[in-house]
Design a binder for this molecule. Structure first.
Ligand SMILES: [Fe+2]
Length: 476
């Protein structure tokens, strides 16, 4: 009843979950409603359980009064993995895997969109709908511009295919230039009753409007990525300055270093071997295990009370197809006890604050295909991920995504922090309450980057104060 009043439906398994909760059900229900993504129509069991696991005591969530209540800093201070692919890969890459993968992507994003759009199945757009305004939710099979400059979008749902047209002089023409292949979006327009629709408006799933931080915790987190240890361009001197600061070996009038509880590394810990032609000439350490040993030595120098979370990237020693599992034991053994090794992408919580870590390879696709998106401002590409509720909307381009039965790239609920790397530039913004951070690199400009006129921003560390979610840049 309480859920219905708020416009939610409840999956039977979710109801069972709530009924079996040992604490105050009233508090639990209020917590769920307060924290639930407003664009969700049906509350599922896994969403209830993930809310329960993201906080020890749901009642404590109610102490603050924002629409999405905050987690007090007294909550568990540990870094915890909530979800990644490690040990859960199911795909063998056959036809059925692809069908299941795309169906999962469609279903999850349709659920988000259907709360704001009264869409009908494509198969129902027959002759009786000619001349009428209709809405549908489809996956983009193809999008192209005709010789006359009109935009043609082929959309598919599980019931059929339709062709959507945006005329060159239409108001939404510019907006339609942002449509990406393989993404799921809502379309409203006039049906011709014959498999075509003339588009009046487009709707991306996006995240709910929210200005306050989604969650807060305690202490500070340093966000790093792309160390590229083993490369002759790895900036060891800057790294040593960073360690000295973090470990309190240099004067720190702000006292900031002592507040650091977490260091998160979003991939490319080492430079790897054979990642690109001619890489050998760029390597100071040519053996990948020796690269990890050197990386571990540098990570192990971090103050022992700081939790280190390591996620892989495309230079690391895991499968290249994403989602990538956590680093294997063969290299973990070099690292000190207590580190948290997670996959790519991975959902983690830092003392209750949710962080979605993704190395960020899809930024290459977004820069290539979206107007106004560039390597100089990677945070803009990351905002596009949030708008599309997907970390890597374009399938089969720069990112090779294994067709797992579940699409691990759908952003089912907004994280408090979205953390990427990969592009070696620093970008920080806030988008609808989410701290969006790309964490740069520890590798100076390579010859290749010089030729391509790519300006990296090395040895710059974003620091997030988890009690206010304010982000600053530290330069080493
Ligand atoms: Fe990378």
């Amino acid at each position: 009843m309480r859920f219905a009043e708020q416009g939610y439906q409840l999956e039977p398994e979710a109801l069972e979950f709530i009924c079996s909760y040992p604490g105050s059900k009233d508090d639990l229900i209020r917590s769920i409603i307060g924290r639930m993504d407003r664009s969700v129509a049906v509350i599922r069991a896994f969403q209830v359980s993930s809310l329960l696991t993201s906080t020890d005591a749901p009642g404590a969530l109610l102490e603050k009064s924002s629409a999405l209540p905050c987690i007090p800093s007294s909550q568990a201070a540990a870094a915890e993995l909530k979800c990644d692919i490690t040990g859960r890969s199911t795909c063998v890459g056959d036809y059925d895997d692809f069908v299941r993968y795309f169906r999962d992507r469609y279903t999850k994003i349709r659920e988000i969109l259907s709360r704001r759009l009264n869409a009908r199945p494509i198969e129902s757009l027959g002759k009786s709908t000619a001349g009428r305004e209709v809405s549908l939710i489809g996956m983009v099979m193809d999008v192209h511009t005709t010789a006359k400059g009109n935009r043609v979008i082929e959309l598919e749902d599980p019931t059929g295919l339709i062709v959507a047209f945006v005329q060159k002089d239409a108001q939404i023409y510019e907006q339609s230039g942002n449509i990406l292949p393989d993404e799921v979006l809502g379309v409203t327009g006039t049906s011709d009753g014959n498999g075509r629709i003339f588009v009046k408006s487009l709707l991306w799933p996006d995240i709910p409007n929210q200005t306050a931080p989604l969650e807060v915790g305690g202490g500070c987190a340093l966000l790093l990525s792309d160390l590229h240890v083993g490369s002759k361009y790895f900036m060891d001197d800057a790294w040593q300055r960073f360690i000295q600061w973090l470990n309190g070996q240099v004067e720190d009038p702000s006292g900031l270093a002592s507040q650091v509880k977490y260091v998160v590394i979003a991939g490319d810990l080492v430079d790897g071997i054979g990642v690109y032609p001619g890489q050998e000439g760029d390597l100071a350490i040519k053996d990948i295990y020796a690269q990890y040993e050197a990386a571990a030595e540098r990570i192990n120098a971090i103050r022992s009370d700081v939790s280190v979370i390591i996620s892989p990237g495309n230079h690391d020693i895991v499968r290249q197809a994403e989602p990538q599992p956590a680093l294997p034991e063969t290299v973990r053994k070099y690292f000190r006890e207590g580190g948290l090794f997670v996959g790519n992408p991975a959902w983690v919580t830092l003392g209750g604050v949710s962080v979605l870590i993704y190395h960020g390879r899809s930024i290459d696709d977004l820069v290539l295909r979206l107007p106004g998106i560039s390597y100089a401002a990677p945070e803009k590409a990351m905002v596009e991920m949030l708008k599309r509720r997907h970390l890597s909307p374009v399938y089969g381009s720069r990112v090779s995504i294994a067709p797992e039965h579940e699409d691990h790239y759908v952003i089912s609920r907004p994280p408090a922090i979205l953390h990427c790397g990969h592009v070696h530039t620093v970008g920080i913004t806030r988008y609808k309450g989410v701290a969006v951070i790309n964490s740069g690199t520890w590798q100076s400009q390579t010859d290749f980057q010089k030729k391509m006129n790519i300006q990296p921003q090395p040895a710059v560390v974003p620091i997030v104060d988890l009690s206010t979610m304010k982000v600053r840049k530290l330069i080493f």
